[in-house]
Design a protein around this ligand. Structure first.
Ligand SMILES: Cc1cc2nc3c(=O)[nH]c(=O)nc-3n(C[C@H](O)[C@H](O)[C@H](O)COP(=O)(O)OP(=O)(O)OC[C@H]3O[C@@H](n4cnc5c(N)ncnc54)[C@H](O)[C@@H]3O)c2cc1C
Length: 406
């Protein structure tokens, strides 16, 4: 793109090239729309994440026709290994994979460009362009030293968990994140034979969240801890220090200690906020849709969000492509209906966050599931989303999950 251009015109401006923005750009470019995809960073770039791809992410990648390309580079896994505070273990079968976000996001961005999207980076969203009636007409972008105007019929804001862009776009309803997480990459070939599933660990010392170890292949591991803001008394305790939590993780989980003490760190551990539960943001305003973690598309209990970010990006793209000749109200309503249909699933994860707040409940859950295959099968069904979310989004639903005939 020529530096001499002061402004751009396009059908759709997609801001943010994470999984949500790139999925949206791929769909729209394949539908024949003129798409400008931009990001504040040049790519490939790193993103603080656990790098874990759970079944919903693999399904969204399959919808994009990219599952094979991703799985060819990712480290596959067939189990989620859950560790309870008193040492109980439960292996949930699932199709899982681990791929560093630097690679995953570049693959998605490149697919958008291959589909015909134009690419602009580094280009930071500063403010929306507005018509006289307040409708969003594109955005003002800082592109290096220059300020550009990108005029668009529709703008999709997919800027992730940072609230600044949401505030600038006038869609932020809650500035504070839902939680925080910290991860490090470690090279430790000696542990490769010992950790083949994705490990998730609950313990009193990690109360309010959990720890994980995700094997990325080639002796490389993603290790981290996350903390979700709870309610009531839990919230009153305040947010813990994530580096202290990572140290505590090593004390209570031997593989974490072995990795951190026997392995070679690949850079400093880094933390980032999480926006969860499809809350805290207006999903749309005339001329603008908000997709991905910007809209709170990350699950509260687990902090997993790559899959739902892509789903929401696809939903935004579909709403714009299908209602191409419709009015703002139709596009916004079609998009919001898709997000609201996901709400019961998010509500179930919000409820399940009680396991983070009361880790001893995980002891019971693991004990129950080990004694009763139907309970273990239901938990696996939550993970691969074959379990009806409507049945889980209440305290009774959670109880039914634990009862053999529920
Ligand atoms: C420590 C940690 C571990 C996690 N582990 C997992 C996991 O294992 N599996 C999982 O599924 N999820 C995980 N998540 C959640 C996951 O990272 C997010 O749900 C996911 O990245 C959201 O995708 P997104 O496209 O909405 O946003 P992002 O991936 O955050 O992408 C947003 C993009 O917007 C760009 N951007 C931001 N502001 C601007 C601006 N003003 N102008 C232009 N561009 C901008 C950013 O540079 C970025 O490229 C984890 C999160 C954290 C913090």
């Amino acid at each position: 793109m020529s530096d001499a251009c002061a402004s751009f015109d396009c059908d759709v401006l997609v801001i943010g090239a994470g999984p949500a923005g790139s999925a949206c750009a791929i769909l729209l470019a394949r539908a024949g729309l003129d798409v400008l995809l931009c990001d504040r960073h040049e790519f490939p770039r790193d993103k603080v994440c656990g790098d874990g791809l759970i079944p919903d992410a693999l399904q969204a990648l399959a919808r994009l026709g990219l599952a094979d390309a991703v799985l060819a580079r990712a480290a596959p896994a067939s189990r989620l290994d859950c560790f309870a505070p008193r040492g109980g273990q439960l292996a949930l079968p699932a199709q899982l994979a681990v791929l560093a976000r630097r690679e995953l996001d570049e693959l998605l961005r490149q697919a958008a460009v291959d589909a015909g999207a134009r690419w602009l980076a580094p280009a930071r969203f500063e403010a929306p362009l507005l018509h006289a009636d307040g409708r969003v007409a594109g955005a003002r972008l800082r592109h290096g030293e220059a300020v550009r105007q990108a005029r668009a019929r529709w703008t999709v804001l997919a800027t992730g968990a940072d609230a600044k862009a949401l505030e600038a776009a006038g869609v932020c309803r809650r500035r504070a994140p839902s939680g925080m997480a910290l991860r490090g990459h470690v090279h430790c070939p000696a542990m490769a034979a010992h950790i083949s599933g994705l490990q998730v660990v609950w313990h009193r010392a990690l109360r309010g969240g959990y720890g994980w170890i995700f094997p990325g292949g080639g002796g490389r591991f993603n290790i981290g801890v996350g903390y979700m803001h709870g309610q009531g008394r839990e919230q009153a305790r305040g947010a813990p220090n994530l580096r202290e939590l990572l140290a505590a993780f090593q004390q209570v989980h031997e593989p974490a200690r072995a990795l951190m003490q026997g392995g070679t760190p690949l850079g400093e551990p880094k933390g980032a906020p999480l926006r969860c539960s499809l809350a805290g943001t207006a999903f749309s305003r005339p001329g603008l849709l908000v997709a991905g973690e910007a809209a709170g598309s990350t699950y509260l209990f687990t902090g997993e969000g790559i899959g739902k970010a892509m789903e929401s990006g696809l939903a935004a793209g579909e709403a714009i492509a299908r209602q191409r000749h419709g009015g703002d109200a139709q596009v916004c309503a079609a998009y919001e209906a898709e997000l609201l249909a996901l709400k019961p699933r998010f509500a179930a994860y919000e409820l399940a966050n009680r396991f983070n707040e009361r880790p001893w409940m995980v002891d019971f859950l693991v004990w129950r599931a080990r004694r009763c295959p139907a309970v273990a099968a239901r938990l696996a069904g939550v993970l691969d989303e074959s379990q009806d979310p409507g049945r889980l989004a209440s305290a009774q639903g959670l109880l039914r999950l634990l009862l053999p005939l529920g």
